[in-house]
Design a protein. Sequence first.
Length: 234
Amino acid sequence: MSFLSVTGVSKSYAGRPVLRGVSLEVERGSLTAVLGLSGCGKTTLLRVIAGFERAENGMLELGGSELDGPRRFVAPERRGIGYVPQEGALFPQLTVAGNVAFALPRAERRGARPQELMRMVGIDQLADRLPHQISGGEQQRVAIARALANEPAVLLADEPTGNLDRRNSEVVAEIFHGLAEGGQTIVMVTHDQTLAHKARRIVTMEDGKVVGDAATLREENLATDGARMDTDQK
Ligand SMILES: Nc1ncnc2c1ncn2[C@@H]1O[C@H](COP(=O)(O)OP(=O)(O)O)[C@@H](O)[C@H]1O
Ligand SMILES: [Mg+2]
């Protein structure tokens, strides 16, 4: 069974349909890339999963429990879902460490946890800088560290390399790949081929619908397929 399950989700803005029956199954510990032209509904899909928007039809489940559907609507802060917005959205007056710590419960802000989160994405050297004193790639890594603060069951990222040059994109792509290898479930929206090819699956959207869903030729896919065939033969 899949971990995050999106079933027939629809959403419109002012009567104009933006998501038209989107279904998506995400396995635990996997990295999924969502691709599609600008305006096809990618950000809206992430916002519905995060709970910033409510689905009009369909159902969203995480670990078998309903997040959004006919019976329930779980508030975004209670979903265990981390969100890296398209524009990193850091507090400009807070240091790197301050931005990361802010996402933590008050009691943990002064402990070892902010440092540990910054180390996970390689920005611990920048703890005392302000956002305008670091590069776009480093800012994106602060936003990732912040989204990981509460150990989310699922991490969502909206075009995390959208404004980055190639070198910074590669660093961010490596971070997502490493997080998924470590068991983090991730769904990211991207135009970036380098990033998309770190994913285990590429889901393609067009005009509010999923029109393609394919496994990439990654080693872990081949390993999983092999294991599945073994099981099937028993
Ligand atoms: N809050 C909103 N109010 C009205 N229309 C919106 C809103 N957000 C997005 N849209 C529209 O919905 C469509 C899909 O947007 P979006 O999900 O941001 O697409 P993508 O991320 O794939 O570029 C676009 O036509 C966009 O203009
Ligand atoms: Mg978008």
